[in-house]
Design a binder for this molecule. Sequence first.
Ligand SMILES: *[C@@H]1O[C@H](CO)[C@@H](O)[C@H](O)[C@H]1NC(C)=O
Ligand SMILES: *[C@@H]1O[C@H](CO)[C@@H](O)[C@H](O)[C@H]1NC(C)=O
Ligand SMILES: *[C@@H]1O[C@H](CO)[C@@H](O)[C@H](O)[C@H]1NC(C)=O
Length: 330
Amino acid sequence: MNIFTFSQTLGGVCLFFVYGSSAVDPDRASVSVTEGDTVTLHTGVQMNQQDRMIWIFGGRRLAIINGDKHELCEDIQCKERFRDRLKLDSQTGSLTITNTRTTDSGEYRLKNTTDNTDNIFSVNVHGVSAAERDEMKRKSVKEGEYVTLDTRVIEKPTDVMRWYFNDSLIAEMTVDQSKICSDDECKERFRDRLKLNNQTGSLTIRDIRITDSGEYTLQIISSRFSIMRSFTITVSVKDVSDSGSSSVVVVAVVVVVVLLLLLVPVVVFYKRQSIMQCIRRQRERQERREQRDDAQAPEQIETLNQRSSNGTSHETEAAGETEAADQLQL
Ligand SMILES: *[C@@H]1O[C@H](CO)[C@@H](O)[C@H](O)[C@H]1NC(C)=O
Ligand SMILES: *[C@@H]1O[C@H](CO)[C@@H](O)[C@H](O)[C@H]1NC(C)=O
Ligand SMILES: *[C@@H]1O[C@H](CO)[C@@H](O)[C@H](O)[C@H]1NC(C)=O
């Protein structure tokens, strides 16, 4: 049994895919990819002049290989469905489907007409919205930041993963080792800024530079399939928009502080006014009372006067305290 399991998550959905051969059906293999990925179905042979093979999908012929001659998509329906998305490797007869769509999901059958045997490749294309796909594939970062290109693989796979930058190999991970930058040009360019997650194979680029902008391609290769997915990284200059937004913040803070400072005397002024009014009313009341009490006994007037003047002084004191407290609060 040569069973290979590897899982992918996407927006919380877990996809498991198992491929390789099994005892029950020796020539069946399955793969799960995300819409937009490129997938290659490997024949696993080097062709010779005598080899005759047919690729079949949905009961229709996609390709006929007859020695060194081959024909792709002979009927209209195939042409409409796949347009220019099919390719045949002339050395091996392997079939590549680029820019996959959900409608490409299904069984691809490789019929060996020399010995009349079949190989079945089950392909599942997981659909994503245009927005999701854009978010996965296009990364915009500022100079000096870092970015991680996610393989969306959870378990360490048993096959090979490779990362390319503008078509040159920059990192490779196999079952037992990972290599970053095996050539001098890559070392010169990235120094120690590349890191591979040794479980998932995801690639992180630290301290990113303008010159790191370009196309990054992930390749996952097993004996029966290869998957290719590309990412576009755009690195922009750090300062421009940053200083713009921070100066806006500074201006806003200054405006708020100035408004508060203007508000303090205004509030104090109104508080004082209302306290004065209160005192004035108190005095008027007292005067009225004195006029009323003119006719009464002198001792009574004496006590009354004393009480009310005490009251007034108390109230003035209290008002003074309130005013002080208000000023403190401000
Ligand atoms: C088809 O069968 C022939 C004869 O057994 C073999 O030599 C050839 O490699 C097979 N081709 C594939 C693609 O399996
Ligand atoms: C994976 O990386 C971690 C930390 O970087 C390390 O501790 C661990 O030994 C590595 N595992 C393998 C299998 O290389
Ligand atoms: C990589 O490709 C991009 C887009 O084609 C290009 O702008 C950039 O200059 C290339 N970088 C290198 C180092 O080749």
